[in-house]
Design a protein around this ligand. Sequence first.
Ligand code: DI6
Ligand code: FE
Length: 411
Amino acid sequence: MADWDTLFIDCHLATMRAGALPYGAVEDGAVALKDGEIAWCGPRADLPSENAAEVHALDGAWVTPGLIDCHTHIVYGGDRAGEFELRLTGATYEEIARAGGGIRSTVEHTRAATEDELVASALRRIADLTAEGVTVIEIKSGYGLNRDDEMKQLRAARAIGAQAPVDVATTFLGAHAVPPEFDGEPDRYIDLVCNEVIPAVAGEKLADAVDVFCEGIGFTADQSERVFAAAQKQGLPVKGHVGQLSDLGGAELAARYGALSCDHLEFVSETGVKAMAAAGTVAVLLPGAYYFLRETHLPPIELFRTHNVSLAIATDCNPGSSPATSLLLMLNMACTLFRLTPEEALAGVTREAACALGMSATHGTLEPGKAADLAVWRIGRPAELSYKIGANPCAIVVKSGKIVRDLRQRA
Ligand code: DI6
Ligand code: FE
């Protein structure tokens, strides 16, 4: 009997293990897979057995953990290209939102779509991500804004996990915007979210976490706290859209609830950063939204580094502020716009992204015992993943031990 199901040799590894060499790199390495997990990885010279059911010689390619997109709103109806045109003639994102467009227009289209239609349109976008080595994706609700349509979005997200070669982590974001039925009554809407929707979502195990949009055009810190308390009551971890356009103290609040992550963070104080550090809350940076809304206020990267706050990066894929389906492009933007190093950027879509989803025990690095999720790249060094704009050097994707993409035949 073979010792391994699959063995990759003739390759270099960016294991992304913390504290190891840059990128946790292993030159001339090998990775052995068994039963959907990484059974062994390290220098080829130390490989205990070459007896595998399948052996793939990779011709000097680099192997990384499967990439993780830890913040998306990829399930939605319609699109917002018209709003993009409006913004180009001078209207701002905030003005459009306050005039009833923006998120609300996507809510209308999402409510009108069936679960199957939502799955189908999201799967097309997800195909772009998986073609770039993404094997785990987080998907938020937040375009239903009532019990049934929020649950429909979350069911669509779960269905995607069964249909596409990705693990899906779902996040309930009922507190994304005030729906038209509750115009001018955000507190009454938060009552509904806390008393009815969160218990229903938790009852059907549709969400792995709960998020809020704590923002001038979203919800106040008090309203956000009520949502966090309701989540906590159901035993669900929390996250926050915090400091995207202004600082309402959302980072401090989220940290008090032990948030997995705070996301966006262009506007956050040092107190907020320290609170995140103390709570082990990951900072999820979303350069696509920063770019697409032509934001100019940078997230305080140096403060995050000083206080040892982990940095993750994600697409924020959504129709309004970041219609992005390339995680590799986000790596480039994180380096170019936010001055992250290519190593920080790659860690941000592997090890730290896993952390932002509470999945670091099983995902995010190449280590024995972790899920056999890998991406194989035709690159000379890992920095190329951040350096190139619009290239996709991904040759092979392995999800749970199975090769789900293989471009070698076309070479
Ligand atoms: N911040 C964002 O960037 C997305 N949601 C949020 O809270 C944008 C959502 C949208 O415009 O549709
Ligand atoms: Fe978002």
